[in-house]
Design a protein around this ligand. Structure first.
Ligand SMILES: C[S@@+](CC[C@H](N)C(=O)[O-])C[C@H]1O[C@@H](n2cnc3c(N)ncnc32)[C@H](O)[C@@H]1O
Length: 263
């Protein structure tokens, strides 16, 4: 796998960092992000809604007794990171992070400062190669796959456009009963033109991009029991303290999220 930080081409992690107001991005990322912002001005709102969903879903999993987490497509560290949320609820929680961006690898140390009681580690890996992640020695050192795991793929699967069924089966089959799958991924259901134009901008820059319908996102949870409220925009997932949102908020976010349990 190429471990170099390519500066000639934008990367989804650094564009996302830019949308979130971070500083770990380069001119090439900012230019591509500016193009996307022109057609999808609400994408910063989408990025924030994703991060908030990550926090709520992680707290939910801790409440459900999950003590181990596998977070694929982690992104550049953005506080609070998943292990901070998990270890706030359960100091002994163990977290394995995975991303395929060399810049995330360069920042991985920031992801490994846990509570001291739990453990966190980082694997430079690709979600399209499940075996290389599941069989990585670092994963085995931190996670016990015979016990439930919370597997999260938040704002990741819209960067995967083929083989998704096999990928999901490989991961879900490896999880113990009582594990949970957490997904948030882009949809064009609320604003087809905005999302199609943004997809074209990503693809023109060599980044795979693929939105999914509500049925397609629901299909990603095949064989699992979706927890209430099912597949909904991330800001509508167990958001009991949701502040007032504008009528265009669903289109601004243009993502679906869900959490399901392996029976
Ligand atoms: C939009 S960011 C989401 C970050 C974080 N999960 C969140 O929701 O805040 C997507 C991340 O997925 C990573 N990514 C994209 N394609 C990937 C792949 N095939 N395998 C692993 N990670 C990937 C990118 O490098 C990026 O860090």
């Amino acid at each position: 796998m190429d471990g170099k930080i390519g500066l000639g081409q934008p990367h989804s992690s650094r564009m996302y960092d830019y949308f979130l107001g971070g500083k770990d991005n380069y001119e090439v990322d900012r230019q591509a992000a500016a193009e996307v912002l022109k057609v999808w001005p609400g994408i910063r709102t989408a990025a924030r809604a994703n991060r908030q969903f990550m926090q709520r879903s992680t707290r939910f999993l801790v409440d459900m007794g999950v003590r181990q987490f596998l977070d694929i497509g982690t992104g550049i560290p953005t506080e609070p990171n998943l292990h901070q949320i998990a270890q706030r609820g359960e100091p002994g929680a163990r977290v394995v992070y995975v991303d395929n961006d060399p810049l995330v690898l360069a920042h991985a140390r920031a992801l490994m400062t846990g509570s001291g009681l739990g453990a966190t580690t980082y694997i430079h890996g690709d979600v399209t190669e499940p075996k290389s992640i599941l069989q990585a020695p670092e994963l085995g050192e931190v996670l016990d796959l015979d016990e439930p795991v919370g597997l999260s793929m938040i704002a990741l699967l819209h960067f995967v456009d083929s083989g998704t069924e096999e990928i999901m089966s490989a991961f879900v089959d490896a999880l113990a009963p009582g594990s949970y799958l957490v997904i948030c991924t882009a949809t064009a259901d609320f604003d087809p033109e905005q999302v199609a134009t943004a997809r074209a901008i990503y693809r023109a820059r060599g980044i795979t991009a693929q939105e999914r319908t509500h049925d397609e996102v629901t299909g990603l949870f095949r064989g699992l029991d979706l927890v209430e409220p099912g597949v909904v925009p991330p800001h509508r997932w167990r958001a009991d303290q949701m502040t007032e949102v504008s009528p265009s908020y669903d289109a601004d976010v243009s993502c679906y999220a869900g959490v399901a349990r392996k029976p």
